[in-house]
Design a protein around this ligand. Structure first.
Ligand SMILES: *Cc1c(COP(=O)(O)O)cnc(C)c1O
Length: 470
C-alpha cells in the first residue's frame, strides 16, 4: 500500500488527492537573500527559536498554534460571549469535548502546559514515579516540579530511527510491570500516555497496546492519563495500520481509545485547529473538583481558564472539524508526501513517517560531528541559511540536563524536525522544502559544529545561544 492516502477510491489509473479546502485569504511570504539570512542567524545565536518570523520564508518550527482557522471558526470568533462567568461558548466547548472525546467533566486552560501544570499538581505526590511513553519537554518538567520522577516505558524500537515498526509509540508493558514490582503500585502516580509520540518522531500507539495497558493497570488500581494533543493523528494511523479498524471513522477510533483512559489533557493548539487554547477532561468527580479549584488560582475561572469567549468558540468548532476524516487524511497526506520524496532521495529520516512532521536524522547527516557539537541544531541552522526554512532541534539541546548530575542528557535520537502546520501550506511548498533539504544534505561533509554561548536554566532549547566552531 502506498503511504499517500487515497481519498477518492480509485482503482483505474492515476487519481491525485488534494487539500480539501480552497483559499479565501492569502498571507504573502517573505523571500530573503543568503546574506540577510547569515546576519539574522548570527543575531539569533544559531537558535531558530530566536529568529524573527519576518525573516522566515516557510515556517516549520512547530505545528503549535500555527494552524489556519476555517471561515466557520472565524465566524465563531464574532460570536464570542465575553461574560466573566458561564459564557455560552464554554458550554459549546464542553459539549464538543464530551461528544468527540467522551470524557465527562471539562476544565479549559490557556494552553497545554497550563493543563499539565494543574493535573501534575493535583495528583503527583512527592517521590512518586510517572511512567510515560517517552518524555515530552513541558510534560516531564511539570511532573518533576510536582515532585515526580519520570520513567521512560516506551518500547526500545522507539529509540531506533530506522525501525519500521508500525506502532513505535507503544508502551512496553514489561517495563511498566518491572517498575510496579520494584517500587510498588502506590508509588506510581499514574501512567502518562501520549497519542502519537512527538519526541519519537510522531509515532502512534496501537489500540491493542492501550487495551493491554488498561488491563494491567486495572490489576493494580493505577490510572491512565492521556496526553490527547495529537490523538486525531494517532487515530488515523490506527485506521490505516491496525487490523479491524480500516472501516471505522476517525471519530469512532478516537472515542474508543479515550475510553481506555481515565482523563486527558490537551494542547488545542495542535489537533484542535486553534491558535491558542487547551483543556483538561476527566471522568472522576473528585479530581474534577480539585482541578476546577486549581484553575482559578493559576489560569482563570473554570468556565474560561485564561481564554476569551471567542477562543473557546473557535476551539469548539475546531474540535468538530479536526475529527473529520477528509481533514486528517490531507493533513497527514502532506507529511507523507514530503517523507516519500525525501526517502526516494535516500535522505536519512525517521521511519515510518509520523503524523505531524518529518524528523531528519542529524546523526546520519553529520557522522563527523560529536553529539556535544549539536548536530541537529547545526542542521536547523544550515536549512535556514540555504532557503529561509525554519525547523527545530529535537536532540541533545531539547533533552536538557540531568537535574542531579548537571551533565547533558544524551538522547539516542538527534533529530531536526520539519513540522507541518495544519491547512497552511500546499503540496508545492512540500516540493520546495524537499529540494532545500537535499541541498543541505549534499553539502553535509564540510559542515561544522556549534558550541553553547548562553544557556538558560529551564527548557534551554527555547533561548540558548550558540557560536560556530572553527
Ligand atoms: C505542545 C505539546 C504540549 C504542550 O502544550 P502547549 O500548548 O505548547 O503548552 C504537551 N504535549 C504534547 C505532546 C505537545 O505536543
Amino acid at each position: 500500500m502506498s503511504n499517500v492516502p487515497q481519498t477518492m477510491g480509485q482503482q483505474h489509473g492515476r487519481r491525485s488527492w488534494a487539500e480539501p479546502w480552497k483559499i479565501k485569504m492569502v498571507e504573502p511570504l517573505t523571500v530573503t537573500t543568503r546574506e540577510e539570512r547569515e546576519k539574522a542567524l548570527v543575531e539569533a545565536g544559531y537558535n531558530t527559536f530566536l529568529l524573527r518570523s519576518a525573516d522566515v520564508y516557510i515556517d516549520l518550527l512547530t505545528d503549535s498554534g500555527t494552524s489556519a482557522m476555517s471561515d466557520r471558526q472565524w465566524a465563531g470568533m464574532m460570536m464570542g460571549d465575553e461574560a466573566y462567568a458561564g459564557s455560552r461558548n464554554f458550554y459549546h466547548l464542553e459539549e464538543a469535548i464530551q461528544k468527540v472525546y467522551g470524557y465527562k467533566y471539562i476544565v479549559p486552560t490557556h494552553q497545554g502546559r497550563g493543563a499539565e501544570h494543574l493535573i501534575s499538581q493535583a495528583v503527583i505526590k512527592q517521590g512518586q514515579y510517572v511512567p510515560g511513553n517517552m518524555y515530552f519537554t513541558t510534560t516531564r518538567l511539570h511532573q518533576e516540579l510536582a515532585g515526580g520522577t519520570f520513567q521512560d516505558v516506551i518500547i526500545d524500537e522507539a529509540h531506533d530511527p530506522a525501525s519500521l515498526l508500525p506502532f513505535k509509540g507503544n508502551i512496553d508493558l514489561n517495563k511498566v510491570q518491572a517498575l510496579i514490582d520494584k517500587v510498588g503500585a502506590d508509588k506510581i502516580a499514574y501512567i502518562s500516555v501520549a497519542g502519537t509520540v512527538n519526541m519519537a518522531g510522531g509515532q502512534p500507539v496501537s489500540m491493542a497496546n492501550i487495551k493491554a495497558l488498561r488491563a494491567l493497570c486495572d490489576k493494580y488500581g493505577i490510572k491512565i492519563y492521556l496526553d490527547a494533543t495529537r490523538m486525531m493523528e494517532n487515530a488515523f494511523f490506527i485506521q490505516q495500520r491496525e487490523e479491524g479498524y480500516a472501516d471505522k471513522t476517525i471519530a469512532e477510533i478516537l472515542k474508543e481509545f479515550c475510553s481506555y483512559t481515565d482523563a486527558a489533557w490537551m494542547s488545542a493548539k495542535k489537533d484542535n485547529l486553534v491558535n491558542i487554547g487547551g483543556w483538561l477532561a476527566v471522568n472522576d468527580w473528585d479530581l474534577f473538583e480539585e482541578l476546577r479549584n486549581l484553575v482559578v488560582v493559576y489560569e482563570g475561572l473554570h468556565t474560561y481558564g485564561g481564554l476569551a469567549g471567542r477562543d473557546l468558540e473557535a476551539m469548539a468548532i475546531g474540535i468538530e472539524e479536526s475529527v473529520n476524516d477528509q481533514h486528517i487524511r490531507s493533513r497527514i497526506g502532506q507529511v507523507l508526501y514530503l517523507g516519500e520524496l525525501l526517502t526516494s532521495w535516500n535522505i536519512p529520516i525517521v521511519q515510518p513517517v509520523g503524523g505531524h512532521a518529518i524528523f531528519l536524522d542529524a546523526k546520519a547527516f553529520y557522522p563527523h560531528l560529536k553529539q556535544v557539537e549539536f548536530p541537529a541544531q547545526v542542521l536547523a541552522a544550515e536549512l535556514y541559511l540555504d532557503s529561509g526554512i525554519r525547523s527545530m532541534e529535537r536532540g541533545i539541546v531539547s533533552a536538557g540536563r540531568d537535574p542531579k548530575t548537571g551533565d547533558h542528557h544524551y538522547p539516542k535520537l538527534e533529530l531536526t524536525r520539519l513540522t507541518i502546520p495544519r491547512r497552511v501550506y500546499t503540496q508545492a511548498h512540500m516540493d520546495v522544502i524537499a529540494e532545500a533539504v537535499k541541498a543541505v544534505y549534499d553539502a553535509r561533509e564540510t559542515t561544522k559544529g556549534l558550541k553553547i554561548a548562553y544557556e538558560p536554566k529551564y527548557l534551554r532549547f527555547f533561548q540558548a545561544r550558540f557560536e560556530r566552531l572553527p
